[in-house]
Design a protein around this ligand. Structure first.
Ligand code: NAG
Ligand code: NAG
Length: 377
């Protein structure tokens, strides 16, 4: 395995979060923004082991998706080793020691800052999975973003799946009146439904096994890049072994005027037009893993706004639990999803996120603000 220490002795390598946390500020809305059709972006925020737990908050309410989970708060996560730093990255895990009949302990974190359009580059070393596809049954991990008054502000699910699924499902959710095409997606990526409304949303199923779960982890993860413009929303995946081009774009675009979302000064001094040599140019990324095109069917600026970034790991519930009975790999393990998840803690040792870094870029100006969120409808 690529992360032997973490698997053998997580307690020894996981350093705990320093708490208490700074309280969230509710401030710093800004906007200097020129909208530009260029594909060049400037860095506006970086989240990594130096600042992650002061820039994300713990959600500890009942799971809005009815999962068999107990989302814990920061101090519980800290005390019980469910969140912290490991191997230079941010560790977000679950309880893998105890049997439970009420829900497995886990964490869900939400960014304090919100974003409207932009480029989101996530370097993820590990995502929640079991040792095999079958032993991933019960899991429902997600890296996603959503706006206020769900589904009115929209939702973008960048990396998500359930049970023994072997490839990523990329899905958007909106209020009524948004229908997307996926022209520009590769042939192996299938649009399940064009209508993005509500809980089903418009999803694209991808077909590569390196972009999710067991396959993702065996390659040491990689880079998920999501670009959200006023005309389309696209997602690329670069497995670590094939990530040199994206790593080069990242390192050549590492200067930022604010170095994090707590900075109060607006980025806006540079206009989007000049080439300063420190921009991230998406035109060199190649074909995305999935593209959603608004076209005449969906006004992206009307349906998507002010998104917080979220990472979570839940179990069973409205998706993994609902489709359990249709998954033969899962029903071979236990009659119900809750039985499997509750009675087999040791199968969830690998159910953790290890996030090296998330970088947020925007064109020419900063369009970020703070929004504290408690619920996902
Ligand atoms: C985290 O991001 C900051 C700000 O860009 C950077 O200075 C620092 O080197 C990064 N740290 C790690 C461990 O990557
Ligand atoms: C597991 O159970 C033990 C014994 O009851 C308890 O001390 C510990 O905190 C539990 N761990 C988690 C993560 O809930």
């Amino acid at each position: 395995m690529l992360l032997p220490k973490l698997f053998q002795a997580p307690g020894l390598v996981l350093s705990l979060i320093a708490i208490p946390y700074a309280l969230a500020s509710t401030s710093s809305s800004s906007s200097s923004s020129s909208s530009s059709s260029s594909s060049k972006y400037n860095l506006i925020a970086t989240y990594n082991s130096t600042n992650f737990f002061s820039e994300f908050t713990f959600f500890s309410e009942p799971d809005p998706t009815n999962g068999f989970v107990e989302y814990v708060d920061a101090s519980t996560a800290n005390r019980e080793g469910l969140a912290g730093y490991s191997q230079g990255g941010v560790y977000l895990g679950v309880d893998y020691h105890n049997v439970t009949t009420t829900g497995r302990k886990s964490v869900r974190v939400t960014s304090k800052s919100t974003f409207t359009t932009g480029l989101f580059v996530a370097d993820i070393a590990h995502m929640p999975s079991g040792a095999t596809h079958a032993e991933s049954c019960g899991l429902w991990p997600a890296y996603w973003m959503f706006g206020p008054d769900w589904p009115r502000g929209g939702e973008i699910d960048i990396l998500e799946g359930v049970n023994s699924q072997s490839s990523n499902s990329i899905t958007l959710h909106t209020a009524s009146g948004c229908s997307m095409s996926n022209s520009g997606s590769p042939a192996g990526t299938k649009l399940v439904s064009p209508n993005c409304q509500g809980t089903s949303g418009c999803g694209q199923e991808t077909d590569s096994t390196d972009n999710y779960g067991v396959g993702f982890n065996s390659g040491g993860g990689g880079y998920y890049v999501m670009e959200w413009t006023e005309t389309d929303i696209s997602v690329w995946f670069f497995p670590r072994a094939r990530s040199s081009a994206v790593r080069q774009l990242i390192s050549s675009s590492s200067s930022s005027s604010s170095g994090g979302s707590e900075g109060s000064s607006d980025f806006g001094s540079g206009s989007g037009s000049g080439s300063t040599g420190d921009e991230f140019d998406t035109s060199t990324l190649g074909q995305p893993l999935a593209t959603f095109v608004g076209g005449s069917g969906c006004s992206i600026s009307k349906h998507f706004s002010e998104h917080n970034i979220v990472f979570d790991t839940t179990f069973c519930g409205d998706w993994a639990g609902q489709v359990w009975k249709d998954d033969k790999k899962c029903t071979a393990l236990a009659r119900t999803c809750e039985d499997w998840v509750g009675q087999n803690p040791d199968k969830f040792v690998g159910a953790y996120w290890l996030i090296n870094e998330i970088r947020v870029y925007q064109k020419g100006g900063r369009k970020t603000r703070k929004r504290e969120v408690e619920f996902r409808a």
